[in-house]
Ligand binder design. Structure first.
Ligand code: DHB
Ligand code: FE
Length: 277
């Protein structure tokens, strides 16, 4: 049966793509952010995953406001990146894993999750940049991928509790997958940020710190908040933290923090990073 090597949760911000393209990793603005990743590379080298299951939210590249699935799972042989208008270079297509995609889809629908299945799917910065941060070498990403989108863009959004349940079901399904593959689970987005409206620029460090701690000791802590409460605490885009909850929920039993980093600001965002296993 397949094994989960661990979970990586990280912010996704378009300007990271520009910093990578312009080789700004040692630039004073960027250094503290990029310095968070070498320990993740070392952990990936040690744990050698074959495939990544990536919880993220699409920002209008693949789904627009006219058609917005609550939960969508990719079932494509490859996932193509495209220009989103941020002026960052697009990355080569990401290889899929059809066997795992359909196993997840069948398992989740059997567990009463109503999914959209995507046999073609463009992937945006929220998928591509975290994968590039984990696998920075030139050329195509070396591991296979399965994207899972959670709507955090068009209200009404699924509750934090439901996202956690989705993650739990994905974890159970991965462990029941008849394969010897090693699977790393990613959750991308957050932490606190708000890009629009009167609170544009809003960041809440005490909440972010509490949230990161809770993922180890009390992972369902944030699921007791409603979506409006989480928006109040973390910002309209900070609600992307539900991706961290879904990813964390794939792990059961005792979980350790292997590595973490937190840095304010990157663009408008409090950037966070955790490796849990
Ligand atoms: C920013 C953050 C995001 O999560 C995003 O999707 C786009 C932009 C930002 O801080 O600039
Ligand atoms: Fe985002």
């Amino acid at each position: 049966m397949a094994t989960i090597t661990g979970v990586v949760t990280t912010s996704h911000i378009p300007s990271i793509g520009r910093a990578i393209a312009k080789n700004l990793k040692q630039d004073p603005y960027w250094k503290k952010f990029f310095d968070g990743y070498p320990p993740v590379h070392a952990w990936l080298e040690k744990t050698r995953p074959d495939v990544a299951v990536v919880f993220y939210n699409d920002h209008g590249l693949n789904f627009f406001l006219d058609k917005m699935p609550t939960f969508a799972v990719g079932a494509a042989p490859e996932y193509v990146n495209a220009d989103e208008g941020w002026g960052i270079p697009s990355l080569p297509p990401f290889r899929g894993d059809l066997d795992l995609s359909w196993h997840l889809i069948e398992s989740l629908i059997a567990e009463d999750f109503d999914l959209t299945t995507c046999q073609e799917m463009l992937v945006d910065h929220a998928f591509t940049l975290p994968m590039k941060l984990l696998y920075p070498d030139d050329g195509p990403c070396p591991i296979r991928t399965v994207p899972i989108c959670i709507n955090t863009v068009q209200f009404p959004l699924p509750s934090a509790k439901r996202c956690f349940q989705l993650g739990r079901a994905v974890g159970d399904a991965i462990r029941a997958w008849n394969s010897d593959a090693r699977v790393v689970v990613l959750g991308t987005g957050g932490l606190s940020h708000q890009l629009d409206g009167e609170r544009a620029g809003f960041i809440n460090k005490p909440f972010d710190v509490k949230f990161m701690d809770s993922l180890i000791a009390d992972p369902e802590w944030a699921t007791h908040y409603s979506i409006p409460e989480l928006v109040e605490l973390a910002g309209t885009q900070g609600i992307e933290l539900v991706m961290w909850l879904a990813a964390r929920a794939t792990l059961t039993g005792s979980v350790q923090c292997v590595h973490s980093n937190y840095h304010i600001p990157i663009s408008n965002t409090a950037s966070g990073l955790m490796v849990m296993a």
